[in-house]
Design a protein around this ligand. Structure first.
Ligand code: AMP
Ligand code: GLY
Length: 420
């Protein structure tokens, strides 16, 4: 069969890479892809947000399954649009994806279903939100309810910081309409990790634990990014904790969504805080993580295609995921200046040399220009490696990173240190 992956980041290169290995697959298309995805499939120069263009591409190329990467496509109803044309799509409907695109909705359904998460209140106006935070103990967490590229969360250590964050949402409209509704929640401390589950209805196939590194600089300093590196699995997260995540978080959410007439098919990605009271939800995402996917695809031994298809059809019966016993590390390389403004078009060298031993480099913001690969975005490359131990995986990944260069390249040198 032919499969179309929507998106153009490292996540989509990794998905296309894994899908292309399936004996069930003739050809992978990526819309719009990047300089790496065109090595495993064919990039289509269409805007994945343009439903008409996507549907036309599917029909023209005899595509049997569309796999959706980014959150904004799900929030824009791409899966509903594909369903309306009887096209199979991996990913939740707009209504089911609301667990990601509205933190207020996610908190509401978690409260109803008794899913462990930080205590919270939701506000739709500045004055009542300010009055509320003044009564709360510190630190306190202020979140724009809608999608905000991971930038809508403030951990306030003073009441003034909380008020400033509320002003950014309600008064300055820094996050557009995403900040018209704000969730204010209790600060949780503990070990932060995440996982993924491929779901359909009330069933879920769990991935191992993983840990992203969201800040741009070492020691978790500087502004938040899309994610600068991932390690998996985490030795600190026991199989008992992972069972709790499945039984107390993932499965109850799926049941609650099904009861509401919004059955969830696709990828559920909970962010978790392992507190002294057990695992609690920080947030839900309704899609594969980036760069979590780049790490996970390296650990997945079994064919992903039957599982994607089964989820898209709404029934996980008779399919499975089988995970290798290695550890994996993924180090992101970014353009100078990211996550602020940065230049594009820098020539990347050393890519072939870097892919030695267990190293695989997934492209994010890159493009091909004849024989050159040029930078074309904030996060540029994801250097992944596996190893018998996490420290072996990290050594291999960093050996790969050191062989690659482009002007202004930056990466964190401490990926995985907390997990070690
Ligand atoms: P989110 O976009 O909701 O994942 O939040 C971004 C980051 O803020 C998370 O990765 C956590 O590190 C942090 N965070 C969010 N909510 C809380 C909370 N209630 N307590 C402590 N840290 C939090
Ligand atoms: N790595 C963070 C995310 O995908 O949201």
């Amino acid at each position: 069969m032919n499969i179309l992956v929507l998106g153009s980041g490292g996540r989509e290169h990794a998905l296309a890479w894994k899908i292309a290995q399936s004996p069930l697959v003739e050809k992978v298309y990526i819309a719009s892809g990047n300089g790496g995805s065109s090595e495993v499939g064919e990039n289509l120069p269409i805007d994945p947000n343009d439903h008409t263009a996507v549907i036309a591409a599917v029909k023209e190329r005899d595509i049997e399954l569309v796999v959706v990467g980014p959150d904004d496509l799900l929030a824009g109803g791409i899966v509903d649009a594909l369903h309306a044309e009887n096209i199979l799509a991996f990913g939740p409907t707009k209504a089911a994806a609301e667990v990601e695109w509205s933190k207020a909705y996610a908190k509401g359904i978690m409260k109803e279903a008794g899913i462990p998460t930080a205590a919270s209140e939701t506000f739709t106006d500045f004055d009542s939100a300010v009055a509320y935070v003044k009564e709360q103990t510190l630190p306190i967490v202020v979140k724009a309810s809608g999608l905000a590229l991971g930038k809508g969360v403030t951990i306030a250590y003073t009441h003034q910081e909380a008020e400033d964050a509320l002003k950014e949402c309600f008064v300055d409209a820094k996050f557009g309409t995403s900040g018209n509704e704000v969730v204010i929640e209790e600060f949780m401390s503990g070990l932060e990790f995440s996982t993924h589950a491929i779901c359909a209805g009330t069933k879920a196939l769990m991935f191992p634990s993983s840990q992203d590194h969201k800040r741009i600089f070492d020691n978790d300093e500087g502004p938040n990014t899309g994610g600068m590196g991932v390690v998996a699995p985490l030795a600190q997260v026991s199989s008992e904790v992972m069972d709790q995540v499945r039984d107390e978080i993932v499965l109850p959410l799926l049941s609650a969504l099904e009861k509401k007439g919004r059955p969830f098919s696709g990828l559920l990605y909970p962010g978790i805080m392992l507190t002294t009271d057990g695992p609690k939800v920080i947030e839900f995402n309704a899609r594969f993580g980036d760069p979590e996917t780049q790490a996970y695809m390296r650990l997945l031994d079994s064919d992903i295609v039957p599982v994607l298809l089964a989820s898209a059809k709404g029934d996980l019966k008779d399919v499975f995921l089988s995970w290798g016993t290695d550890s994996v590390a993924c180090v992101s390389m970014a353009s100078g200046g990211y996550p602020g403004s940065y230049e594009k078009g820098k020539v990347i060298t050393g890519l072939t040399d870097a892919e030695e031993g267990s190293v695989v480099v997934f492209h994010a913001g890159t493009k091909r220009d004849r024989d050159d690969i040029l930078t074309n975005g904030g996060r540029v490359l994801n250097v992944t490696a596996t190893g018998e131990t996490l420290s072996m995986a990290l050594d291999a990944a960093y050996a790969g990173v050191k062989k690659i260069s482009f002007e202004g390249a930056q990466y964190r040198s401490d990926i995985g240190q907390k997990a070690l």
